[in-house]
Design a protein around this ligand. Structure first.
Ligand code: SAM
Length: 270
């Protein structure tokens, strides 16, 4: 593993706090991440390659790596480091704005995996975009802040249970595979991190699930009947669906489990 401080100095770079640049500098953690990612001979999307440390490790095992980096200052270091790996490609763009179909085309329009040490400031929007994408993502290995990791696997009634938890668990089995202290990064973040894996359950989701779950959690304190009717669902249809599922009519979104959300979405399909 290259020395992060030396690399930054050699290319005249400094870590940008506003872009969430905490570079992984722990060789053992890097190895466990690549092992947990289960990417041998598979196409991989990496978000935020930064100085390319993880990208190089992925390129050695994956069939190809398409990496999306917002920071154009990384062009030179990434070009030099990835030169020996013709199976890599870097797209300089904001992942939240990039067209996912374009990435899919570059990955050969095959089921693919996602690996990322996510920038902390946009963990939720990036993860939400990934778990709600209709593209065939077979698995993900994500490094996130420890507290953010809880949101992916939170059960009903937990403080952090919400749209991301439901949409993740509907489609993936979630596991926390590693916890990392701030000393695994340069510069050190303020909090611990965790590596989580998401493995596809191979299920087809009701196409109204995302919108329904989003609407349900739009008012955490309101009853589901109220939040869903504000989103355009008919009150009597909601009441009928709840009664069919033996769920009380005054229920709130936080008490509904993933399977119940799936059933509700099917029952309320227009
Ligand atoms: N992969 C490197 C590593 O593990 O050391 C860097 C990880 S660093 C936590 C996050 C990376 O995401 C940075 O390179 C940052 O520039 C990039 N980034 C931040 N916002 C982004 C966005 N909206 N789209 C794509 N990349 C982004």
């Amino acid at each position: 593993m290259k020395n992060t401080k030396e690399l930054l100095a050699r290319y005249g770079l400094n870590a940008s706090k506003s872009l969430g640049q905490n570079f992984l500098c722990d060789g053992d953690a890097l190895e466990s991440i690549v092992n947990s990612a289960d990417i041998d001979e598979k196409p991989v999307l990496e978000i935020g390659p930064g100085l390319g440390e993880l990208t190089v490790a992925l390129a050695k095992r994956a069939s190809c790596v398409v990496a999306v980096e917002i920071d154009q200052r990384m062009t030179e270091v990434l070009r030099d480091r990835l030169a020996p790996y013709p199976n890599t490609e870097v797209i300089y763009a904001d992942f939240l704005r990039v067209k996912l179909d374009e990435i899919y085309a570059r990955l050969g329009e095959r089921p693919f995996h996602v690996v990322a040490n996510l920038p902390y400031y946009i963990t939720t929007p990036i993860s939400t975009r990934l778990v709600t994408s209709p593209l065939p993502i077979e698995g993900m290995c994500l490094m996130v802040q420890a507290e953010a990791a809880e949101r992916f696997s939170a059960p009903p009634r937990a403080r952090v249970y919400g749209h991301l938890s439901v949409m993740t668990q509907a489609r993936y089995n979630v596991e926390t595979v590693l916890r990392l202290s701030p000393s695994s990064y340069y510069p050190r973040p303020d909090v611990d991190s965790a590596v989580i894996t998401l493995k596809s359950r191979g299920r087809v989701l009701p196409n109204n699930l995302d919108g329904l779950v989003r609407a349900a959690f739009a008012g955490r304190r309101k009853t589901l009947v109220n939040t869903l009717s504000s989103a355009g669902y008919d009150k009597s249809d909601i009441a009928a669906a709840l009664s069919q599922l033996n769920i009380r009519e005054d229920v709130r979104a936080e008490a509904i489990c993933v399977e119940e959300f799936m059933l509700l979405a099917n029952a309320l399909k227009k």
